[in-house]
Design a protein around this ligand. Structure first.
Ligand code: ADP
Length: 868
């Protein structure tokens, strides 16, 4: 066909479908290929590194095209989606025969878009990471509130939450969506969102859609679903219906989350703490990778979700911790459970595919095996004494599928295939009629083997074979030199095909047997397909219970894995108190500790003790001294504790944290290539605006991104602001020695430093925290350690000596700050000025003023406003 003019009707059909495909690449099915044309072809060829060809003409130009074979399409789809594309799949919706019957021999086969494949609507195993969830999130706004509806359709997970404006970003960060859908005209859209019609996000229609999808009389069975959540849920369901072109994927009844049920962590903090992925990208080096000892994909996904959304409820956290402790204190039980989990297939995702209509016999087999293992686990754990409450709740959920599992065990072979075309997945003995059909096939094949032996004897041709291929079916084949013998009339053989070295024949007897085999085979396939349909229906009827069992298994996996991790490195169970403190003894940074251990180095543990009276620690000391590590380890310990994990310390006691913030100074951030100082200030502003008395903030070298004076001034004011206004727990690392003077005016601030000493002229960093300010900055010693040439080091030392002399004489960088009014007084003064203006304005009788007097007054007001 290449080089032909593309038949106009086909181009018309193509362009029509392309118009429906929005901004997706269109996969246009032609025989065994999906073809792409025009710009789609260019984009796909570039991403997939496949040949771009052209065919036919459109408007006088050759049409660029490329194609991927249908049987390998999944792999190509995965790469396109990863590269940020979305794909619309246009399939043939009738066979060529049907098209012919409809409109004659030249009729174009009808095609339609059957599915939109996007990052958030994948269910194929090969397109997903087994250890991470794949969230699709729809956002809607009703009044001041934002509703979020989030779903992972590969497992059916579905949740709703309402957040105020200030928490939208943190909530989106928690969900880490692979795709975000918003209504047209939405104001707070993060980049790369999918914009959908506003009507899809109507809250009334949304509420109806929810009820309809879950066949509910009232939404009350979900909980107090807000209007914003209804709007978001409506948008989500509409988008899924659109993506599947009417075919809905698996959604469990949504779980409502309360935004205050979680420790809020915004994106910048997640990045800086490297929670789910490391700053250089990827999972390696992240907290998650360091902690994760889960066995199953579902467990890994649950752990990632737990770390992304630590809890705010002490009872819930303690319930998780008690289960971790139970596994921690019983290593044998833990090992047994973990080896049982090792054999467990991914039930949740298998179920997701079954519900999406793409389930295979293998998926049913996985559900059967997974639930069977769950039942055994329940039996094993059920008998044990002193089980924690959470386990008592989880165990019953594991069971109850006995009848279905037994049925699947009888119905399916032990390892069923993915592909149904060859049959063979329904077990022998399940259906007597099917066994008879299969028997007929087997007998037929045996009869043919006997026939072959007979023919050899009768013709005397030892090389005679009866063979089978897809085109001819069964045939008799002899080497070419024996061909003539069988051609002779009266042999009973009829000639079918002459090949280079062989001649092929048919015989009436063979034909008859072949028909019998084919018929039996066809009937057997149909019988198997009917059974498959029944089995799928049976699984679908129990999908919620199956999903609940899968969730329970994931929770058990996570708890045993956290216990394993804790046991590996001697972690401790944290405890929670009512007042906002943070008391950590011998805390460690899990990721840095492991990295050091690899090179045989020891991590130095450090204490941290924040209380309402001493809630702000100013940490100074040389670069590379361990300040950032100390700050982060405490933030990570808070996060792990509230996620229900043991923590890397010998003891940890804390008051629940409502928001966690972490900011690092601009220069540490250079790699991200943003206007760094601006970013630093925007992020710092967010902390000052949002941190509460229950929050925990770590600030590392704030103010480093600008000139010394500016930087010091900003750092100074930020510390004061946090101390006086936010009043949160805070660790503030700085290299500005001058800031230590703040301890004179701020009661709840205390001074600390990372220790270093000089030994025989060399700097030794002890990575050990001590009280009080650092005695000096050691900058030149660090420079020497880093390998600066000796002459440069010597010169720097003499410059420093001069500067220090100057400082001693003038009072140095912070010389003018001796009589600085207090931060609170400065706030009051600003307040007072505004108040004076306000008093004046409210006291005015405008109508009584002459134009002249009005003008004078304006001048006066302006002067008052400008006064310092
Ligand atoms: P700073 O923020 O003071 O410049 P970092 O926290 O970045 O220092 O630490 C620098 C390096 O020192 C780390 O990469 C790590 O290898 C090592 N280090 C930090 N803290 C410790 C510790 N407590 N024990 C052992 N080594 C540490």
């Amino acid at each position: 066909m290449a080089g032909d003019n593309i038949a106009t009707p086909m181009m018309v059909q193509y362009l029509g479908l392309k118009a429906k495909a929005e901004d997706c690449l269109l996969f246009y099915r032609m025989g065994d290929f999906f073809e792409l044309f025009f710009d789609d072809a260019r984009a796909a060829a570039a991403t997939l590194d496949i040949a771009l060809t052209s065919r036919g003409e459109h408007d006088g130009n050759p049409i660029p095209m490329c194609g991927v074979p249908v049987h390998a399409a999944e792999g190509y789809l995965a790469r396109l989606i990863k590269a940020g594309h979305r794909v619309a799949i246009a399939e043939q919706t009738e066979s060529p025969e049907q098209a012919k019957a409809r409109g004659g021999s030249k009729t174009l086969v009808a095609r339609d878009i059957v599915r939109f494949v996007t990052a958030g609507t994948l269910t194929e195993d090969s397109l997903l990471d087994s250890w991470s969830s794949n969230m699709l999130v729809a956002v809607a706004q009703v009044g001041e509130a934002f509703g979020l509806a989030a779903a992972d359709i590969s497992t059916g997970h579905f949740e709703l939450v309402t957040v105020p404006h200030g928490s939208l970003e943190a909530e989106l960060a928690r969900l880490a969506a692979s795709e975000v859908v918003v209504p047209d005209g939405f104001m707070y859209a993060p980049p790369d969102v999918i914009v959908r019609p506003r009507v899809d996000f109507d809250s009334v229609i949304g509420g109806d859609r929810l009820k309809q999808h879950f066949a509910l009389e009232t939404l009350a069975s979900i909980g107090p679903v807000t209007r914003a959540e209804q709007a978001a849920a409506g948008g989500l369901i509409a988008y899924l219906a659109h993506a599947g072109q009417g075919k809905m994927p698996f959604l469990k009844l949504p779980v409502r989350r309360e935004v205050h049920a979680h420790l809020l962590i915004d994106q910048a903090t997640r990045d800086s703490l490297e929670i789910n992925s490391a700053s250089k990208g990827g999972r390696a080096g992240s907290l998650l990778a360091e902690v994760d000892r889960t066995i199953t994909g579902a467990g890994a996904r649950q752990l990632a979700a737990d770390l992304a959304a630590p809890l705010m409820d002490k009872t819930q956290i303690d319930a998780r911790l008690s289960l971790v402790q139970w596994f921690h204190d019983a290593p044998l039980t833990r090992d047994a459970v973990r080896s049982a989990l090792r054999a467990l297939p991914d039930i949740a995702r298998a179920l997701g595919r079954v519900v999406a209509g793409r389930g295979s016999p293998r998926d049913l087999g996985q559900i059967r095996d997974g639930l069977d293992a769950a039942r055994m686990l329940r039996e094993r754990l059920g008998n044990m004494a002193d089980k924690p409450v959470l386990l008592d709740q989880l165990l019953p959920v594991l069971d109850g599928h006995g009848h279905m599992v037994d049925h699947l065990a009888r119905a399916l072979v032990s390892t069923p295939p993915t592909d149904t075309a060859q049959g063979g997945y329904i077990a022998e003995g399940f259906d007597a009629a099917l066994d008879v059909l299969r028997g007929a096939g087997r007998d037929g094949r045996q009869a043919i083997a006997q026939m072959e032996a007979r023919y050899r004897e009768a013709t005397g041709i030892a090389a005679l074979k009866i063979r089978h291929n897809a085109v001819l079916g069964y045939f008799v084949e002899v080497p070419a030199r024996h061909g003539d013998a069988l051609m002779a009339p009266g042999t009973g053989f009829t000639h079918r095909q002459t090949m280079a070295g062989a001649v092929r024949f048919n015989s009436p007897e063979l034909h008859e047997e072949a028909v019998r085999i084919t018929q039996a085979g066809g009937h057997a396939l149909a019988a198997e397909a009917a059974h498959l349909e029944e089995l799928v229906a049976m699984v679908l009827a129990r999908r919620d219970q199956i999903a609940a069992s899968a969730d329970a298994l994931a929770r058990i996996d996570v708890s045993a894995a956290l216990a394993e991790r804790a046991a590996e490195s001697n972690w401790c169970r944290p405890s929670f108190v009512a007042h906002p403190c943070l008391e950590i003894e011998s805390g460690r940074h899990p990721v840095v500790e492991s990295a050091l251990a690899k090179s045989g180095d020891r991590f130095i543990a450090n204490d941290c003790k924040l209380s309402p009276e001493k809630r702000l620690w100013l940490v100074s000391g040389p670069n590379m001294g361990g300040k950032s590590t100390f700050l982060r380890q405490n933030a990570l310990i808070v996060l792990l504790a509230q996620a229900g994990s043991y923590v890397p310390a010998t003891s940890a006691r804390l008051g629940l944290v409502d928001r966690l913030f972490s900011r690092v100074g601009a220069s540490d951030n250079l790699a991200r290539g943003r206007s760094t100082f601006m970013v630093e200030m925007v992020e710092t502003a967010a902390i000052l605006a949002q941190a509460t008395e229950r929050s925990f903030v770590i600030l590392d070298e704030v103010g480093r991104g600008t000139s010394t004076y500016d930087g010091l001034a900003i750092a100074w004011a930020v510390v004061e602001g946090i101390h006086e206004t936010n009043r949160c727990r805070c660790l503030f690392a700085t290299h500005y020695h001058e800031l230590t003077r703040l301890s004179e005016s701020l009661d709840a601030l205390s001074l600390h430093h990372v220790r270093a000493k000089e030994y025989k002229g060399d700097l030794v960093l002890l990575h050990e925290l001590a009280e009080g300010p650092a005695d000096r900055s050691y900058g030149i010693a660090v420079a020497k350690l880093a390998g600066l040439p000796p002459q440069v080091v010597a010169r720097a030392s003499s410059v420093l000596a001069r500067l220090e002399k100057g400082r001693a004489e003038t009072g140095g960088l912070a010389a003018g700050l001796g009589d600085l009014p207090l931060f609170s007084a400065a706030l009051d003064a600003a307040e007072a000025k505004v108040d004076a203006l306000r008093d004046k304005l409210t006291g005015l009788d405008i109508d009584a003023l002459s134009p002249r007097a009005a003008l004078d007054l304006l001048y006066e007001l302006k002067r008052a406003a400008g006064e310092n």
